[in-house]
Design a protein around this ligand. Structure first.
Ligand SMILES: [Zn+2]
Length: 232
């Protein structure tokens, strides 16, 4: 039930119903314009020609109203109002609203109908333009959201690739760090091998050995197996 009401609400407030109502007004006004034009043209043209000319002009006039309404941003903003008033005047002439031989009631009724149609024309022209602008904005926003979502997906993929790359570099760094530690240990061992107990460091084992012979820190082994310093 709620869904039905929601859908009905969408139909009423949507672009479709406004367009439908505008087309109905357009068709009605086309018939009325044709009626007025044909009445005038019959005085100067053959009936068939008068009818053809009246249909062509009525069609042209009403489409001018419609196209101007839809493209009001390119023309003066008050033009739809002027066109609505013109449509109202056409209706007034068509229904003989200025014929003063009628009773006051008839005259007022006709004037009321003319004013009503003018108002409807103007309101719908404004409403159609506003809804059309809103519709275009909505489509624009939807496209923008789609575009941003695509951009976001692209960035997410890039971030994922960068994360994987970072992980790989971290592993490489860890491996290199281990190698450096091993090399440092190896270097320390080599230095220790080439260092005498007195603290002097030599470039080769040969030099170290020859130094040890005269090293003041030279150690000898006593009878009980304990090292003792050799004093020359
Ligand atoms: Zn030494």
């Amino acid at each position: 039930m709620n869904k039905l009401l929601e859908r009905t609400g969408h139909v009423i407030t949507g672009m479709g119903l406004v367009t439908f109502a505008l087309l109905m007004i357009l068709i009605g006004m086309m018939v009325i314009s044709h009626g007025l034009f044909v009445r005038i043209f019959t005085d100067v043209l053959e009936p068939a020609h008068a009818s053809a000319a009246a249909w062509a002009l009525a069609l042209g006039w009403e489409f001018t109203v419609l196209i101007t309404t839809c493209n009001v941003r390119f023309v003066n903003r008050r033009l739809p109002l002027v066109l609505a008033i013109c449509s109202g005047v056409i209706v007034l002439f068509f229904i003989h609203a200025f014929d003063t031989t009628q009773s006051t009631t008839d005259l007022l009724t006709r004037l009321l109908v003319g004013c009503l149609i003018t108002t409807i024309n103007y309101v719908y022209a404004e409403l159609f333009y506003a809804k059309w602008t809103e519709h275009n904005q909505q489509v624009g926003y939807e496209n923008q959201v789609k575009s941003l979502a695509q951009e976001s997906d692209k960035r997410q993929t890039e971030i994922q690739v960068a994360k994987q790359e970072l992980q790989s570099k971290k592993s490489e760094i860890e491996m290199l760090r281990k190698q450096v530690t091993e090399l440092e240990q190896f270097k320390a061992n080599e230095i220790r091998k080439l260092t005498c107990s007195c603290g002097k460091q030599f470039e080769t084992v040969y030099k170290l050995t020859s130094h040890k012979a005269s090293c003041p820190n030279r150690k000898t082994v006593s009878r009980n197996g304990q090292p003792v310093n050799f004093v020359p």
